[in-house]
Design a protein around this ligand. Sequence first.
Ligand code: FES
Ligand code: FES
Length: 211
Amino acid sequence: MKSGDAFGFSRRGVLVGGSAAGAVLVHAGPVQAAPAKGDVPVTMPVSLEVNGTRHDLQLDTRTTLLDALREHLHLIGTKKGCDHGQCGACTVIVNGERINSCLSLALQHQGDKVTTIEGLGTPDKLHPMQAAFIEHDGFQCGYCTPGQICSAVAVLGEIRRGVPSHVQEDIVAAPAVSNQELRERMSGNICRCGAYSNIMEAMQHVAGESA
Ligand code: FES
Ligand code: FES
């Protein structure tokens, strides 16, 4: 992971910038003196490659990757559920790995390659995982689905690369990927509609095709 210093901003600078606003929200008492203008950069430039297109943005240092995608690039396929890293609705793929975009500052992704649900496929040319979710009814309301699909695509990539999980022994015991293995790896993606069984079917479908 690249350090912030390599891009001209420091962790302290980002945190100080964030805490100035936080202090206003948290303290009900007398208003504290604001930091002198110019002490802390409020916005900074960041360059992201999203779905194959480079975007040069000027963002508040506290902007999460999720908000940069939704509010600044208008890629609203990525959903905000809990905004606290608990539901997985905001999952996107960064440099081939899935992350919760609500937990990550956009500035941490200078130069990174980000793939959102919009970048996986199009209505005319669906990604195999998107097609499998449709075929196996892997959703009901659909709110969690972009995150589920991004996560599912990345999970199959993890398994191909041999990235271990808590139930890795199952992979060793059985060449085919077990539902237990998939459920473990997908456990960070919550579906309030309970479409889990169908999501497993969709993932097994794609795993079988790409085996
Ligand atoms: Fe990011 Fe819930 S919105 S994990
Ligand atoms: Fe409704 Fe998952 S399909 S929350």
